[in-house]
Structures are given as C-alpha cells and as structure tokens.
Design a protein around this ligand. Structure first.
Ligand SMILES: [Zn+2]
Length: 126
C-alpha cells in the first residue's frame, strides 16, 4: 500500500494588494506609480519583519514568477524554436533564426538589427 508522509513544510505568505488599503479598495494602478517596484519593496519589508519577530524561522525568501512581455506591443514574449525557424509556415522568411520574437513587426525588426540579420520586407516591395 501507499504510505503518505508530509514533509518539507512551508508557510506561504501572500502580500496584500497595493490598492487594498484595508478600509477601502482601489486599483493597484491608482495606489502606485510602479506596481512591480512597490510590491517587491513591500515583500522585502515583510520578509525582514518575519525574520525579526517570528520564532523558529529557518529562512525567509521572496519568490516571484517572471512574466516576459514585449516592450513594443505588451503581448507575452514568445520566440521561435529551432524547429519553427526552419518551418516555412512559422517563420517570417528564410532569414528567421531560433530566438526571433513572434509578437510584432517592431520586435522582429529590433531583433534583426541587433544581430545584423537582413530585415523582413514587411508588405513586400513598395
Ligand atoms: Zn511585440
């Protein structure tokens, strides 16, 4: 039979949203000009407080999930895989390489300019 043991216990603390003021709630954007920075600072402060005031703490660490978006179009950042770069149905043209972004023309142009790859002829010859 299968025995189940619980191990590796942790306590997960989630910070309050920046716009949750306790007595009223507004959007995070109204409460902060830089949500990412302010949230990170809040978490680091909370981690310090836990270390100082809570008994039997082994370690405290601020963890997060990285979300990659395009600075031009704000969509999720996606890149061609090596297989996709070789696949005529996925790539822009024969100069497409692994790592080329797929979200928008500006991101692709920027990627190619940085690497000296011939630009995509958007909309064909004009
Ligand atoms: Zn983009």
């Amino acid at each position: 039979m299968k025995n189940t043991a619980r191990e590796d216990y942790r306590i997960v603390i989630t910070p309050r949203r920046l716009g949750d003021l306790g007595w009223m709630s507004i959007s995070d954007r109204m409460a902060s000009s830089d949500i990412e920075r302010d949230t990170r600072e809040r978490c680091e402060e909370m981690a310090e407080q836990v270390k100082r005031h809570v008994d039997n703490v082994g370690s405290v660490e601020v963890q997060f999930t990285e979300v990659h978006t395009c600075s031009h179009c704000s969509l999720a950042w996606e890149e061609l895989t090596a297989e996709e770069a070789a696949e005529p149905g996925c790539r822009q043209d024969e100069h497409s390489v692994e790592g080329e972004p797929v979200c928008c023309d500006k991101a692709i142009d920027e990627f190619r300019t940085e690497r000296g790859i011939p630009a995509v002829q958007w909309g064909g010859t004009q």
